[in-house]
Ligand binder design. Structure first.
Ligand code: ZN
Length: 140
């Protein structure tokens, strides 16, 4: 796939030097999801306190798109309220439909080019689907 050079560099940086890779020892929400069309797997763990994402970590295997998206997402949601995190997930879905979206966490915009490759959209949204499920779980 052909992505803009700068965007590709941001994606590869997150892929090679993932932020928040790992798991928590204490109590946390844990979600396992996979994307069978590509073979991507992710386990997302979140520490949620007082309606905020205190921290998020992930483990997983997969392509550069799925893992860089997980790296960015876990960084971007840190300290956000659950509502803000869900709004970010909605914005990300919008970006995957080609809508012009801006993020406070600008690295996410590097994944905007993925919308031109429909087969890869599930790679990019895997971590965000895990985020949505984790927030749902935390609310119950
Ligand atoms: Zn993938």
């Amino acid at each position: 796939m052909q992505l803009d050079d700068l965007y590709r560099r941001v994606i590869m940086d997150h892929y090679k030097n993932p932020r928040n890779r790992g798991s928590f020892e204490g109590e946390s929400v844990s979600i396992d999801l996979n994307n069978p069309t590509c073979g991507d797997k992710i386990q997302l763990q979140m520490q949620i306190e007082e309606g905020k994402v205190k921290a998020a970590k992930f483990l997983g295997d997969g392509c550069s798109i799925s893992l860089s998206s997980a790296s960015m997402m876990t960084d971007a949601v840190k300290g956000k309220t659950l509502e803000e995190a869900l709004q970010m997930a909605d914005n990300f879905s919008g970006m995957m439909k080609g809508e012009p979206v801006e993020f406070e966490y600008e690295d996410l915009e590097a994944l905007s080019g993925v919308n031109k490759f429909p087969a890869r959209i599930k790679c990019a949204t895997l971590a965000w689907n895990a985020l949505r499920k984790g927030i749902e779980q935390a609310k119950h």
